[in-house]
Design a protein around this ligand. Sequence first.
Ligand SMILES: NC(=O)c1ccc[n+]([C@@H]2O[C@H](COP(=O)([O-])OP(=O)(O)OC[C@H]3O[C@@H](n4cnc5c(N)ncnc54)[C@H](OP(=O)(O)O)[C@@H]3O)[C@@H](O)[C@H]2O)c1
Length: 253
Amino acid sequence: MRLKDKVAIVTGSSKGIGEGIARVFFREGAKVVIVCRTEDAGEKMAEKLGASEGRAIFLKTDVTSSKSIQNMIDTTIKTFGKLDILVNNAGYHISKNVEETSEQEWEFIINTNLRSTFLCSKYSIQHLRKTKGNIVNISSMVGLVGQPNAGAYSATKGGQIAMSKGMAIDFAPDGIRVNVICPGWIQTPLVDDWFSQQKDPEAARRYIFGQHPLGRIGTIEECGEAALYLASNDAAFVTGITLNIDGGVTLGY
Ligand SMILES: NC(=O)c1ccc[n+]([C@@H]2O[C@H](COP(=O)([O-])OP(=O)(O)OC[C@H]3O[C@@H](n4cnc5c(N)ncnc54)[C@H](OP(=O)(O)O)[C@@H]3O)[C@@H](O)[C@H]2O)c1
């Protein structure tokens, strides 16, 4: 077990990539804090994982709210006594270019994807310092390469990568590592939602699969295994990196 007795917060873990990460961390012995806004879905995920054994809890949290984030971290410490791993995963995507994006949409995406990463990290650092813990930020291939109709989203994903490199330098003397995963296309409800927003969803799906040298999009479990590597002692000498989990799709850009 590579995370035995480690305490991990995984934001946005009721479904999608966060679910994959929470499942793998739990399998490897971690105590996992499930975080999202929808109570039913979060409770169910905590139950499925191991709430009854006291190894998983759900904390209803809105990562756009500083107060809600501070409550999430305080409650984690009260419940489990420490924090070893923070995974900033909660996020959202709007398919619009900059001209079409309203100021409200810009603020919503920035707050959900980027300011949340700043706030969750900011209020976790004091606890991670005590455990020599680490942060894994879930960015995107879109933080590295261009994507049409992703103006605000790209800004948040590039911002997460740049901020992570700075944090990796700032907190290395405290023994805290900060790394980034850049998923390519991963089969999740968010991606299904993206396909459904396209003019011809089936044609879009065929096109996207065809763009991948490995011939398919990824799974949430594959993201979980990547996060496990970065969060575990296997990556003890690894900080400030971006790990692409993308089936080679960015090679063609
Ligand atoms: N899927 C992909 O192909 C892909 C590729 C590259 C990067 N990513 C990144 O991976 C992350 C997860 O994506 P996904 O595809 O797994 O998304 P998803 O299936 O839509 O799941 C998103 C999760 O985040 C939670 N969430 C959203 N807004 C939140 C908020 N304000 N406060 C707390 N929780 C919130 C959702 O629950 P509630 O709605 O109940 O709060 C849910 O648990 C995102 O950062 C995304 O940018 C995804």
